[in-house]
Design a protein around this ligand. Sequence first.
Ligand code: 3NM
Length: 201
Amino acid sequence: MNLRKYFIMGSQNCDHSPEDILEEAAKAGITAFQFREKGGGSLTGQDKLALGYRLRNICARHHVLFFVNDDIDLAEPLEADGIHVGQDDMRPEKVKEMYPNKIIGLSVSNQKEVENSPIQLADYLGAGPIFTTSTKEDAKQAVGTEWIKTLKQQYPGTPIVGIGGITEQNAAFVMEAGADGVAVISAIAGADNIETVIRRL
Ligand code: 3NM
């Protein structure tokens, strides 16, 4: 499971075709992708499913891991490799019960969330927001790269992906803190030159 360059995107994050953006990112070497159709302006119902199919196919063609963001109903039709859940989404116990063979990612932002979570069921942890982000409407307070070190000490065997405000300029700090990968939305979706950004990440 290579989570090193983990791109997250929904149509609401794109100022032009999501398919074109993902195609370019996949060609440039992202290792994982999460379809996160969420927040203001996002698609629903059949439109969401149809976009999901198109993005899923791009990932399949480029051998990029495909995750759905808490959209548990999309996991099966889109043949997702994994499902990422946050603290307010379906509990990992339930996800595991429904999809014992899919990768489960879990977001944890602080120690209290860790204590309330079945960490042993998570195949990787999303740690964030590391830096301030304006992409997620309800993002919590930035926790800094220290949070990655703290998690890594407690769970040395669990892959950790940093998320939130990560750019080509600060990604190295996240990796140096012990992360196994960086998850980004705007750094790639909003890039003038996607290929350059991904190479630098
Ligand atoms: N989750 P950008 S922060 C989707 O802290 C998401 O769990 C976060 O977007 C968390 O790379 C975030 O543009 C937004 O900052 C990441």
